[in-house]
Ligand binder design. Structure first.
Ligand SMILES: NC(=O)c1ccc[n+]([C@@H]2O[C@H](COP(=O)([O-])OP(=O)(O)OC[C@H]3O[C@@H](n4cnc5c(N)ncnc54)[C@H](O)[C@@H]3O)[C@@H](O)[C@H]2O)c1
Length: 260
């Protein structure tokens, strides 16, 4: 059954979700899927979040947008506050914002320190800051769901992106640590680890497409390209009622490339 054909409709009715990096690519696909299941969704992104929300509203979905850099403490606090102000609460956070598609693969000894710092700052510290920002709002709701987008590279240790691989390994570990700490608040924290996905950002990076697309496809049991829609089921599952007793887990969604 294809995404959008109605699977899970209404399962997130009454829920408010924040999707970081929601203006494009995988994040926009996830925001659309959450909204199709009945959630009101706040898209947060460096740019383009309001235009993306306009597009979702034109599809009859409940969405708003806010400009936010996830590596900013001030911006992430404002993001959480906006969800409560605009929608009356906050139940679901999808930490999807990340630096990947703009990276150029290179040997680790050639990685620029400033680039290393920025990747860790956005992918790891950004996830931490967003989790911390939404905590009071989720506590006011009596619980919540956090879904962190990590990556299959955390398990495979792919070459030529050591900063990115390290950052996604940290996201897996952070997921476990936060699950342990936040369970007592009824907040469940899980992670989805995608394989190589033809997102908008990836499609704009010919080096990545040429270098990774072929090997990824050949390495999968399900031998076809992976699209943002392939991730929506796992993320909506972790955000929804069927995952009420699952926390601290990472689900690899990659067409059967890595068995975790
Ligand atoms: N595409 C893949 O092959 C793949 C595989 C595994 C994991 N992922 C992860 O999935 C997520 C989405 O990837 P994508 O391929 O859709 O990338 P993308 O580049 O297409 O989209 C990323 C989005 O995040 C936003 N963003 C970047 N930095 C931000 C910041 N500091 N604050 C707020 N927003 C910010 C960008 O503006 C963009 O809209 C990332 O976390 C990425 O690491 C992607």
């Amino acid at each position: 059954m294809a995404e959008g054909s109605g699977g899970g409709a209404g399962t997130l009715a009454g829920r408010v979700a924040v999707v970081t990096g929601g203006a494009s690519g995988i994040g926009l696909g996830l925001a659309r899927a959450l909204a199709r299941r009945g959630a009101q969704v706040l898209l947060a992104d460096l740019a383009g979040a309001e235009a993306a929300a306009d597009m979702l509203r034109a599809e009859g979905l409940a969405a708003e947008g806010i400009a936010a850099d996830v590596s900013s403490e001030v911006a992430t606090a404002a993001m959480a506050e906006a969800a409560e102000t605009r929608f009356g609460g906050l139940d679901i956070l999808v930490n999807n914002a990340g630096i990947y598609a703009t990276l150029t693969p290179k040997p680790f000894e050639e990685l620029d320190l400033a680039e290393w710092r920025r990747v860790l700052e956005v992918n790891v510290m950004g996830t931490f800051l967003c989790c911390r920002a939404v905590l009071p709002a989720m506590q006011r709701r009596g619980g919540g769901r956090i879904v962190n987008i990590s990556s299959g590279v955390a398990f495979k240790g792919n070459p030529y992106m050591a900063h990115y691989v390290a950052s996604k390994g940290a996201v897996v570990s952070l997921t476990r640590a936060l699950a342990t700490e936040l369970g007592r608040h009824g907040i469940l924290v899980n992670s989805v680890a995608p394989g190589f996905t033809l997102s908008e950002g990836v499609l704009r990076n010919p080096v990545l497409v040429e270098g990774v697309k072929g090997p990824s496809l050949r390495g999968r049991v399900l031998a076809r390209d992976m699209l943002p829609e392939d991730l929506t089921g796992a993320v909506c599952f972790f955000a929804g009622p069927d995952a009420a007793f699952i926390t601290g887990q990472t689900l690899v969604v990659d067409g059967g490339a890595y068995f975790h």
